[in-house]
Design a binder for this molecule. Structure first.
Ligand code: PLP
Length: 396
């Protein structure tokens, strides 16, 4: 007989030693995840900023089914013309500023970062890369080199050389960017640090410094893309346009997909000689994932989800404001963090949340804040119910 709990520990390589969730998933629908006993959980994490239109949105499911009936994998990326890929790249180009008009599809956020780094090095013929302290860009060796936190990377050295760090939102440190710098990589809102929103002055100055020095500006919008903050992409709040935009997570409509997007001028150097294959991927831009992504965009616009993100965000903030266990609520749109007055209680609170039917967690580099990143489709009534449960979990 299947024993999911013991087999999970025995056969699945574990990503951490934390055991609190212990959740045997049976199904998921809308903003809810259900366990084997039928218990319902409000998903306030969206699978870490993935399920922006909710779990198994019927429109997305239908698009996936239609594509399954036509074809799945037929050839490695970029060799055959596959309509879902081409339509999605064209749609993204239409939705983005003119200089973000060409997409390279990959499988994940980490791979999008790897591709973007290679593109920046090849285009500029420079090697230095600058990243922001406490940013997170993925788990592959290149992306890991962009992590400032020594604890996470020391076991894997030597990593990619020529990486330097600046402090997010510290304009004075921009002088480190010079005509030796190939690119600067940053999130627009630092997720792992507990949702730290960029200062508009910093982003503007960063963009100007990159322009002055011929450095490419790379935005990592894995968590913020596809409407999370109330705009389709978070950089739209700032009027600052990156040279390369990296997206993943929610863009796949719950299917695996990532992309780095740039201008045709920059992107063209990837297929030019020396070496011929600047980047190659077998499954990047899988047609089923691209069909799901196109359907996700349709849902975002057909259901006017961007228009109500701020209102829903404010409802959450108002419902939590003044709670004695909360020190601060910060973020943008439905990308929120609540900082606890007593961080030592966080494990207990996460366990209480699970008991009360709420899925939330702390952040990679911030263990005193909880994430509130629900599907954008959450209704006002569901927000009230979820926040009531969350408050109960905070009061113990
Ligand atoms: C901001 C950010 N960048 C990059 C990544 C890496 O994405 P993936 O796990 O799909 O490789 C993540 C994943 O959590 C992320 O949050």
């Amino acid at each position: 007989m299947e024993n999911l709990k013991s087999d999970f520990k025995k056969y699945i390589a574990q990503a951490s030693t934390f055991d609190a969730f212990q959740l045997e998933v049976e199904s998921a629908q809308g903003i809810y995840v259900y366990d084997k006993s039928g218990k319902q959980y409000f998903d306030l994490m969206s699978g870490i900023a993935v399920s922006n239109v909710g779990h198994r949105h019927p429109y997305v499911i239908n698009a996936i089914r239609e594509q399954l009936d036509k074809y799945m994998h037929v050839m490695v990326y970029g060799e055959f013309m596959e309509s879902p890929q081409v339509k999605l790249a064209k749609r993204l180009s239409d939705l983005l500023p003119p200089d973000l008009n060409m997409t390279y599809f990959v499988n994940s956020g980490s791979e999008a970062i790897e591709g973007a780094l290679k593109l920046a090095r090849k285009y500029t013929t420079r090697s230095e890369i600058i990243a922001c302290k406490d940013g997170y860009h993925g788990s592959t060796l290149g992306a890991l080199a962009l992590l400032s936190n020594e604890e996470f990377k020391q076991a894997f050295r030597p990593l990619m050389p020529d990486v330097r760090f600046i402090t997010f939102n510290d304009t004075a440190q921009l002088e480190l960017i010079t005509n030796k710098t190939a690119c600067v990589v940053t999130e627009v809102i630092q997720a792992g640090r507990g949702i730290i929103v960029a200062d508009p002055v910093f982003l503007k100055a960063l963009s100007e410094k990159c322009k002055q020095t011929g450095t490419l500006l790379i935005f990592d919008e894995m968590q913020t893309c596809y409407g999370r903050t109330g705009k389709l992409f978070a950089f739209e709040h700032y009027g600052v346009i990156p040279d390369i935009l990296c997206i993943a997570k929610s863009m796949g409509g719950e299917m695996p997909l990532g992309a780095f997007i740039s201008s045709d001028k920059i992107m063209d150097c990837l297929n030019a000689n020396h070496p011929l294959l600047g980047h190659a991927t077998t499954f990047g831009g899988h047609p089923v994932s691209c069909a799901a992504s196109l359907a996700t965009l349709d849902v975002i616009f057909n259901e006017n989800l961007l228009d109500v993100v701020d209102e829903k965000s404010q409802l959450i903030i108002n419902a939590l404001k003044g709670h004695p266990a909360i020190k601060e609520i910060r973020g943008k749109g439905l990308f929120l963090a609540i900082e606890l007055m007593h961080p030592e209680n966080i494990e207990k609170i996460v366990e209480n949340c699970i008991s009360n039917g709420i899925i939330t967690f702390w952040f990679l580099f911030n263990h005193h804040s909880l994430s509130i990143i629900p599907p954008l489709t959450i209704t006002n009534e569901e927000i009230i119910m979820a926040i009531e449960k969350l408050k109960k979990a905070l009061n113990f």
